[in-house]
Ligand binder design. Structure first.
Ligand code: ZN
Length: 616
């Protein structure tokens, strides 16, 4: 046993370096690798970019037979297979995108024991002849990616995942690893139960993504606000999420007119166009993908530098997952969102109109409230987000808008009473817009039409700007002091909680962010904190060299028909620009340069570097 342990230690470290070009394991990777190698099952919860795939790829290479990875997304399988092939690993995929002959070819390779890793769509397991074939193979391990898809309560349930519960019955000796980047406590328990993994075999990592900064801004003129944000991130790739298909198309067009490389993506687009846009995003640089949530799962592009939300996501889990598509390579990245009254009203209406059964409705309502209170909160965003996943975090993170800005607190109890009376006096049948006009004493047509200029509340709120009133109404709705009608016209009515303000002395405070200090704070914080890994170049030459290397990589990737990051990731190029290796041996020492890649691309890059450096 001792001997085996020592042997495996040599082997797994050797593989890590020779194939993947990494010097050391990160976090719990090594523990998980050894756990699987010893034949035990486990569930791994790790955030995106923490290196989940290494946890099964290395044991699959070390153990006898082929490692079978169940993955729900064809795009992701293809990406992983391409990436592994670029490192010299014998990997293939089996899914509905393959032709009959391609399937036969993969099966032949499997029969002859000439594959290290097989990526498999879950539906394939329901195919009886294929399942029988699988039983004749020597299998190193089963890995179930996106394991939260097995949870019926989760946000991404897939019926084809349910049958995975039977794997252990037919392959009792084959170790099984389930992996996910999103699972709250309930989902976690469900995965363990369904896959029959003992609770003590759970590997739980921190869900923190320290390289992502979080920012939520008050929605005013959202398109212009987005444009300003995109200008701040000029030359980078990113995703902009919108709620509706129409909005996606309008915004993509508008951004293109503004001179940006923006592409639309939603489920209603022609399939060919959709695929082409996705490929452009993966294989080119500086592309802004404007998309509905139909886009993103299965996108493994490591240098997505920002994720912007023009509308609220479905839940806090969805927000974490969607923003998590930024910065897979660990370099500084941004999660940015505009948030306003319309978002809250929309979400509340959606909840009211939900056709789910009562139990489910309660869950949905809770998730909606959690999301809204996250947006309204003045607490460190990272802290709130991690608390949602039951992870204690000692803030402030210094890398979110609430940590950058100072907050000013105003007693808004009296104004809240005015707002609630305005709702009551108008018969609980008007929306925010009209109520604000009423409070501010605006003499417009609608006011006159309903004789609202004669009400006692007419004009009692002149002292506040329309914007402040809207913010206050948003807060009252967000905290359930007011209800939004379910008919769809946005009329507000009092709720059982209203009485707390009107009669029971409940105080209301409005927190105003001092935005003027924002930018200064932000740069101060980032500069002052070494953990933020701000992309820093020593001098202009290094920055230029990095840009030149990126352009060289893009040219190379176009010639070879592979994604740029399958050649080398940005981090490797950054190390190249910094250390400027002049020999193959020096290049091999950089992060992400394994033996196979060295043979394939080493000379090209060493030549390019020596030429660039000699021109300096
Ligand atoms: Zn923070």
């Amino acid at each position: 046993m001792v001997f085996f342990h020592l042997m495996s230690q040599v082997n797994h470290l050797h593989l890590l370096n020779s194939i993947f070009g990494h010097k050391t394991f990160r976090g719990q990777q090594e523990k998980i690798v050894l756990h699987l190698c010893s034949g035990k099952d486990c569930l791994v919860l790790m955030p995106t970019s923490a290196g989940k795939s290494l946890c099964y790829q290395i044991p699959a290479l070390m153990r006898d037979g082929v490692g079978v990875i169940i993955s729900p997304l064809i795009a992701l399988m293809k990406d992983q297979v391409d990436n592994l092939n670029e490192m010299g690993v014998r990997a293939r995929a089996l899914n509905s995108s393959l032709s009959f002959n391609e399937v036969l070819e993969v099966q032949k390779l499997l029969r002859e024991g000439r594959l290290d890793l097989l990526y498999l769509a879950p539906e394939k397991l329901a195919n009886k002849p294929f399942f029988s074939f699988l039983k004749t193979l020597n299998i190193a391990l089963f890995a179930i990616d996106e394991a939260h898809c097995i949870s019926e309560w989760g946000h991404d349930f897939r019926p084809s995942y349910l049958q995975l519960g039977f794997l252990k019955k037919y392959f009792p000796q084959v170790p099984l690893i389930a992996l996910t980047a999103t699972a709250d406590k309930q989902t976690r328990v469900e995965i363990l139960e369904k896959l029959k993994i003992p609770e003590e075999n759970l590997f739980l990592s921190s869900f923190d993504r320290p390289n992502i900064s979080y920012e939520i801004i008050e929605k005013k003129r959202p398109k212009e606000q987005l444009l300003a944000f995109l200008k701040e991130n000029k030359g980078e790739s990113g995703i902009v999420y919108c709620m509706s298909r129409k909005k996606v198309e309008d915004l993509a067009l508008w951004l293109t007119e503004k001179g940006l490389k923006a592409l639309p993506y939603h489920a209603g687009l022609d399939e060919k166009l959709r695929e082409r846009n996705q490929n452009t995003f993966i294989k080119e640089e500086e592309i802004i993908m404007v998309a509905t949530v139909a886009f993103g799962m299965g996108i493994d592009k490591p240098n997505v530098r920002f994720v912007a939300h023009m509308d609220l996501p479905k839940s806090l889990e969805a927000y974490y997952q969607e923003t998590g598509r930024a910065g897979r390579d660990g370099l500084p990245s941004k999660a940015w969102m505009t948030y306003g009254l319309d978002s809250v009203v929309y979400l509340k209406k959606l909840m009211e109109n939900s056709e789910a059964d009562n139990e489910r409705k309660l869950v949905e309502k809770k998730k909606c409230d959690q999301l809204i209170s996250y947006c309204e909160s003045i607490q460190c965003r990272r802290q709130s987000l991690l608390e949602y996943f039951d992870e204690p975090y000692k803030g402030p993170c210094k890398n979110c808008d609430n940590c950058w800005t100072t907050q000013e607190s105003v007693d808004a109890t009296l104004w809240s009473k005015m707002a609630l009376s305005a709702v009551f006096r108008t018969g609980e049948s008007f929306g925010v817009h009209h109520l604000v006009s009423l409070l501010r004493g605006e003499n417009n047509e609608k006011i006159r039409q309903f004789n609202h200029e004669n009400l006692s509340v007419f004009g009692i709120g002149k002292m506040n700007s329309p914007f402040l009133w809207k913010t206050l109404f948003r807060k009252l709705i967000a905290e359930n002091y007011l209800r939004v009608d379910s008919e769809g016209f946005g009329a507000l009515s009092l709720s059982p909680k209203s009485a707390q303000i009107l009669k029971e002395g409940q105080k209301v405070f409005l927190k105003n962010k001092c935005h003027s200090k924002n930018d200064q704070k932000r740069s101060e914080f980032i500069d002052g904190d070494p953990h933020k890994k701000k992309v820093d170049f020593k001098d202009d030459f290094q920055k230029k060299l990095f840009d030149d290397l990126r352009a060289f990589r893009l040219k190379l990737s176009r010639e070879r028909g592979v994604a740029p990051y399958h050649i080398f990731i940005d981090r490797t190029l950054m190390e190249m620009a910094d250390k400027r290796p002049q020999t193959m041996k020096d290049l091999r020492n950089l992060h992400g340069v394994g033996n196979f890649k060295l043979r394939r691309y080493g000379k090209l890059f060493v030549d390019f570097l020596s030429e660039s450096v000699s021109l300096q």
